[in-house]
Design a protein around this ligand. Sequence first.
Ligand code: SF4
Length: 389
Amino acid sequence: MTGSFEDSDVRQTYLDPLVARLREHGTMEVGRLTLQLPQSFGFCWGVDRALAMVEKARQEFPEQRLWLLSSLIHNPRVNADMRRMGIGFLKGPLAEPGAFDQLGVGDVVIIPAFSAEVEDMLYLESRGVAIVDTTCPWVIKPHKRTLKFLREGFTTVIHGTVGHDETRATCSLVQHEGGHFVVVHDLGEAEILAGFLRGTVAAEEMRRQLHPQAFSEGFDLGVHTLRLGLINQTTMLAAESRAIGNLLRLAVLERDGEEGLADSFRDFDTICRATQNNQDAALKVAGDNPDLFLVVGGYDSSNTRNLARVGDNANVPAFHIEGPDAVAARLSYRDRASGRILEIEDWLPQQGPVRIAFSAGASTPDTILGSVIERVVRLAGENLPLSAV
Ligand code: SF4
């Protein structure tokens, strides 16, 4: 493997000629369809790096069993490819039962781009396994910030998703270092916390409304909400993170006054650049008012989910779909309000000009996006020019 992470052999297998052409031109007319892609979408630097590190590990340890602690990234195709390469999974839905407990010297364990819980890292070290750590440097940023908050006596407020690998790792770090955290998933949950700080929401009400695992063990509402430092899971909706920061700042200002604010509130943006760029670019294409906005990526991918929300904010019909199998007369998509996988009929106008914008999450291979576009074109009764595929 030479050159940049994008040059790795495994990365090359995810390239797609149709997406490459659309990436170059931005739009393409296909019969009555106008296909549009944003300036930034798909695999991020952190994913390219993780894939390149897996490839290097396979070369360095040709005789040893390679394991992934859990999904390398949140995309079913990529994880299935890892299995096809002979890499086993220790945790999550693809885990080989009992494998985690039987690790020993000679095993090689790959830490995913999201990082890992402190307890798992200590266990792996105790078993003497070789560790290949693909943790994205952007994920380290909130870790560093939360440790700074802790040293300065702040509780960490995490704008993130309880149970998401990255947020689980951050929570375990805070707890392991003797600190405290509270996780708010969205603006609605932040409003509950802000209400508590202002004194308009009772403690029991806040406990009831936030996720049961949103608080660190031993979280004392009277003590651990006095000084708050906000960070974000790297893949959240940037606009919402900013709104949450402003909301909590105002609530603390109301509670502690101008002088107290500086001593009791910190706000540090830890959204990663790839997430920010993809969201900004998606907002731009959504601003052109396409008839449809299809966002492609794993249903458990946080950054893809938030990319689809960009369409909502622009009042464009936007659907989060997992891949080409979702594209049929009835479109299968993830409903953002309920999190359920639903189907919708008549989603693709069968006559007249249609402008369709696409985007893809940071963990979505171009090959999947390309297959989605091809299916949509066929379903609309059009054919791609041979030069595009
Ligand atoms: S989405 Fe951001 S934080 Fe996650 S792997 Fe990519 S660059 Fe890193």
